[in-house]
Design a protein around this ligand. Structure first.
Ligand SMILES: *[C@@H]1O[C@H](CO)[C@@H](O)[C@H](O)[C@H]1NC(C)=O
Length: 408
């Protein structure tokens, strides 16, 4: 049996206490999704006392349903808290996600898991949702990420040293810059996957896409409130959180302002054993042109790509971000008051990198490929500047869809 057996009995009672809150949706949903439920419930001890027949008929039916549901709850809960003892496989081959828990039930499960994990060791180390696999991160950044030696190194060292700090008094804020398709989103995903058991789906990871989550400038006050609330809530539930802002160049100045306090140095509360760790990632195409110009210049001067260092790029990139007029990002407190810890450049990708992306796309789907097919796919991209035709204008974007043309 899993660790923490002592505390399982009271928890089970708590589960049953929590369940009865909204009877109609639970019972209704159960009948729809789980025809086996009521029959199963009949064997559940404690669910079959002699109920008076007529006025309480619904109540009895509901109690049976809740009984069956609680068993499933229990199984799901165990899988979350002690993944190594998970016994759900027979019922839900696709894992807990595949099993259709009513929405209300899912919320209870989240609340309960969070509540439990907030004071109990869920795994061998603190919160079971946090995995912090730096070996995996290092391997992914060197094997699966192509053409980004600077970003790979910088992300690994900054994130690792931040998460290994005994008591950080500040969030880590990284700003990713580069053309589209150069791997900014990919690195954000690799981070989520290696730092959290559930990757981007983890409830400790929040992704905001500007045009999707904050599309209308007139609602900026509402967005500010929602964003602050979401950051606060997530931090309350998880001692290590990751917030990803995609299309950061389009973030409204008001929202950037609202983020300021979260990136500032905090006064540590002494009584807390563990201070919260927060990572902010801002992804944007700001400064992409400067990066490309510098890289083009160096390559033409005979430098090898891998010898390009932060010294070549750092200051120019930051100056370009501050000078950008079509975006609020460079003028925001985040940049002006040095609340961003590192500006991470993503270099423009070349033909050979696009080929590697194509190879990965075949491999990830376990499909056979030929060297000719990789060349064909790489040739489908547009290369710039006109003269040198060195950099793929879309990086590796949509390469994985293009392999469809070359399937046997
Ligand atoms: C870390 O990641 C590596 C590579 O993905 C994997 O082989 C290893 O099992 C992971 N370690 C843990 C503790 O999850």
């Amino acid at each position: 049996m899993p660790r923490g057996l002592r505390s399982q009995l009271p928890l089970r009672v708590l589960l049953l206490l929590l369940l009865p809150l909204p009877p109609p949706p639970l019972a209704g949903a159960l009948e729809l999704h789980d025809p086996a439920g009521p029959a199963e419930a009949a064997e559940e001890p404690g669910s079959g006392p002699a109920w008076p027949s007529f006025p309480f008929r619904d109540l009895r039916r509901w109690a049976r349903a809740a009984g069956a549901l609680s068993r499933r709850y229990w199984a799901l809960f165990c899988c979350r808290v002690w993944p190594e003892t998970c016994s759900l496989d027979k019922e839900a081959p696709a894992g807990a996600q595949g099993w259709s828990l009513p929405l209300v039930g899912q919320q209870y499960l989240d609340i309960l898991t969070t509540w439990y994990c907030s004071f109990q060791d869920c795994c061998d180390h603190g919160d079971c949702r946090v995995s912090n696999n730096f070996t995996g991160l290092q391997s992914d950044l060197s094997v699966r990420l192509h053409g980004q030696h600077l970003a790979g190194e910088l992300v690994l060292t900054t994130v690792r040293s931040y998460l290994e700090l005994p008591r950080p008094d500040k969030a880590l804020a990284l700003s990713f810059h580069g053309w589209s398709g150069t791997g900014k989103n990919f690195v954000a995903r690799l981070l989520a996957e290696n730092l959290y058991r559930d990757g981007l789906r983890s409830d400790c990871v929040k992704v905001f896409i500007t045009m999707m989550h904050f599309p209308h400038p007139k609602y900026v006050d509402l967005y500010k409130e929602q964003l602050t609330e979401q950051v606060r809530k997530t931090q309350e539930h998880c001692h290590q959180t990751l917030f990803i802002f995609d299309e950061a160049e389009k973030l409204h100045p008001g929202l950037l302002e609202a983020l300021g306090p979260h990136l500032e140095r905090q006064v540590l509360e002494n009584h807390k054993a563990e201070s919260p760790r927060t990572i902010f990632l801002f992804l944007s195409n700001l400064g992409g042109n400067v990066i490309n110009e510098v890289v083009l210049g160096l390559l033409k001067a005979g430098w090898s790509r891998e010898d390009i260092t932060m010294e070549h790029l750092g200051s120019g990139l930051q100056a370009e971000i501050v000078a950008s007029t079509d975006s609020g990002f460079g003028h925001s407190r985040l940049v002006k008051e040095n609340l961003i810890d590192f500006f991470v450049p993503f270099l423009p990708l070349e033909y050979r990198h696009v080929r590697l992306c194509a190879r990965d796309a075949f491999l990830s789907q376990e499909l056979p490929y030929t060297e000719e097919a990789l060349d064909e796919i790489a040739k489908m991209m547009v290369y710039v500047p006109k003269e040198e035709q060195l950099f793929s204008s879309q990086g590796c974007k949509s390469v994985s869809q293009r392999i469809n043309y070359f399937l046997p």
